[in-house]
Design a binder for this molecule. Structure first.
Ligand SMILES: NC(=O)c1ccc[n+]([C@@H]2O[C@H](COP(=O)([O-])OP(=O)(O)OC[C@H]3O[C@@H](n4cnc5c(N)ncnc54)[C@H](OP(=O)(O)O)[C@@H]3O)[C@@H](O)[C@H]2O)c1
Length: 283
């Protein structure tokens, strides 16, 4: 019997990884859902999944959470700037617990991209390489939900605002990446790094998909990174935060969230979610 654990199980992606393991035939009793806010994952416990408390900032809780676990899906943490120490805490606890494999959710092109989110992923990939535990690294591109979650804003303003310079983005639904993480945990290949991206589109394509699905008039407006940062500041972000998030579009403009890799579809054995389907589902 192999015991699988998933961190961040109270979050969007982690819960979907648990769902994918269940859908692929893993018994609920063989899955450990690790959550900081366990109340948000109680429904998984109700279905027979073992729910354990685990806080990345509390090493003792991680030791207890990982007891008896064979394969761990480490969903990257969410507090930018604190994640390297948090991920290292999980890896250390996994070593003490005798975990035999870690699957980690990284960022597309982590080693070479100028995306400001990358350095924490690179440091985590290095920590995994230094660990005796074999790791599978899933370098995920953007979630489609990063965009479909803003459809209300797009239709209210008539604009998909960005600074991507018309570049193509290869994004996939969280459910696609979650399924890939489950497959990676289930398969016996070790030491692999996968570049994962899905449907390829521009912000113009996104605006057209939103317009045709909602009937609203929506067009893409491409501005400079500085103009985008200024807009973020107008809605209340401090200058540093606004610059950080706007610079991600600068990275996208260089094609750094685009990939022709078919690894995602190869892993999950089906096409990744299309832009049209993602927009329709969100609407
Ligand atoms: N590729 C992309 O487009 C993209 C976009 C957004 C995020 N991400 C990355 O992908 C990850 C998963 O995305 P998501 O949509 O599932 O995010 P999410 O819904 O915000 O979930 C984040 C999860 O991390 C948990 N967490 C945060 N701090 C923790 C701590 N100190 N100890 C234990 N757990 C902690 C949260 O627990 P609580 O429920 O207790 O808060 C939650 O379960 C994110 O954390 C981020 O690294 C990628």
């Amino acid at each position: 019997m192999t015991t699988y654990a998933v961190t961040g199980a109270s979050g969007h992606l982690g819960r979907l990884v648990v769902e994918s393991l269940l859908a692929r035939g893993v018994a609920a009793a063989d899955i450990v859902a690790i959550a900081r806010t366990t109340s948000k994952a109680q429904d998984l416990a109700d279905r027979g999944v073992e729910l354990r408390f685990g806080d990345y900032d509390d090493a003792a809780s991680l030791d207890a959470a990982l007891a008896g676990v064979d394969r761990l899906v480490l969903v990257s943490a969410s507090e930018v700037g604190r994640r390297v120490a948090q991920h290292e805490a999980v890896i250390g606890a996994a070593e003490r617990a005798g975990v035999s494999r870690i699957v980690y959710t990284s960022l597309l092109g982590a080693a070479t991209t100028s995306n400001p989110l990358a350095p924490e992923h690179v440091a985590t990939e290095r920590a995994l390489a230094d660990s005796p535990i074999p790791a599978t690294v899933l370098r995920n591109s953007w979630y489609l939900e990063n965009y479909t979650g803003q459809i209300g804003t797009y239709t209210a303003t008539g604009t998909v605002l960005g600074a991507t310079g018309g570049a193509t983005i290869a994004a996939a639904a969280r459910a696609d990446y979650a399924e890939a993480a489950a497959v990676a945990a289930l398969q016996d290949a070790e030491g692999q790094t996968y570049e994962l991206g899905g449907t390829r589109f521009t912000l113009e394509d996104l605006a057209a998909a939103v317009a045709s699905t909602t009937g609203a008039e929506v067009t893409a407006s491409d501005v400079t990174v500085d103009q985008l940062a200024a807009t973020f500041q107008e809605v209340g972000m401090d200058a540093g935060t606004a610059g950080f998030w706007a610079s991600i579009d600068g990275s996208i403009a260089k094609g750094e969230l685009d990939t022709a890799s078919t690894a995602l579809e190869d892993l999950i054995g089906r096409p990744a979610t299309s832009l049209a389907d993602a927009v329709a589902a969100a609407v």
